[in-house]
Design a protein around this ligand. Structure first.
Ligand code: F3S
Length: 299
């Protein structure tokens, strides 16, 4: 009989949970506040917070003087904190502690005169925020770009470097970057800053995908960690659906399937995962041969 298996680590991580809780508490206590950018990559959660009086603003210039501002789990650029201070805003910093640590490592590298190297997506808000803690930061999407940059640098052996990873970086990208760095540079401090919750989620997704005929990955399309999960699953499973909600699954999508796997990104609420699970289970139930009634057997 066909079945649906759910990855244990699917859904909210503690950093996102903490940020949403802080935003909820602040909105209730203050009777409203501003959320700078999407507090998490999930339109449903953002809508719930807006209903509590938390208004979303896209730029620091939209913040009203003296207003309480929630900083999302991805963190923010240093200049944003400086501007909020100028505006006299009360800042509730919901930056995930893992991201905060990377910001501190970059700031420390800067104080020590080292060049911070960040392996991550250059346009991702977490990476842009982390990079802003030093004017010398250089961002590399992957090992190829890092190797090219190092080979162009004649004094690379003696360069003082500090390497960190985006919290949701794919582990193989980080490991290869680390090997290149160790081979080409003798003065690099290397900090593995991939979030353990992300790592666990990626491992479980890969294991589940290797056994499944079909994988469903749930999460906001803008979410980097959801995108990475789908990429990882595609390497091990022939059919992968990346969706935001159950309504995107069409009838028959599990036909011929004996085991379907389900996982979700760090910003996917449990309620959405449950809906997707229910849709998948119903689909499987409908695939099972229905028992014929006594009258049908006589026909
Ligand atoms: Fe933090 Fe890791 Fe979540 S970095 S926001 S606990 S995915």
């Amino acid at each position: 009989m066909a079945e649906v298996r759910v990855a244990k680590s699917a859904g909210f991580c503690y950093g996102v949970e903490r940020a949403v809780k802080l935003a909820e508490e602040t909105a209730r206590e203050k009777g409203g506040c501003a959320m700078l950018g999407s507090i998490i990559h999930n339109v449903h959660v953002v809508a719930e917070l807006e209903a509590l009086g938390a208004r979303q603003v896209d730029s620091v210039e939209e913040v009203r003087p003296g207003e309480t501002v929630i900083i999302r789990s991805h963190g923010e650029r240093k200049e944003v904190f400086d501007r909020l201070e100028q505006l006299g805003s009360v800042c509730v910093n919901a930056t995930c502690p893992n991201v905060l640590r990377i910001q501190q490592l970059v700031a420390q590298a800067d104080r020590e005169g080292r060049i911070p190297l960040i392996i991550g997506e250059p346009r991702h808000p977490e990476v842009m925020g982390v990079a802003s803690w030093s004017d010398r930061s250089v961002i590399f999407p992957g090992p190829e770009e890092l190797e090219k940059w190092l080979l162009q640098e004649p004094s690379r052996q003696s360069l003082s470097l500090t390497a960190v990873a985006q919290t949701t970086c794919i582990r193989t990208i980080w490991e290869t970057s680390k090997e290149i760095l160790k081979k080409l540079c003798t003065n690099a401090k290397i900090f593995d800053t991939i979030c353990s919750a992300t790592h666990r989620r990626q491992l479980e997704a890969a294991e589940l995908a290797a056994q499944a005929d079909v994988m469903v990955v749930v999460g906001d399309r803008k979410s980097a960690n959801t995108k990475h999960l789908a990429e990882i699953c595609r390497k091990a499973c022939p059919v992968v659906y990346q969706i935001e909600q159950a309504g995107e699954l069409t009838t028959g999508f599990l036909s011929g399937c004996t085991m379907a796997g389900l996982t979700a990104g760090a910003s996917t609420p449990a309620g959405i995962i449950k809906e997707v699970y229910t849709t998948m289970s119903e689909e499987i139930k409908n695939m099972e041969p229905q028992e014929e009634s006594f009258e049908e057997l006589l026909d």
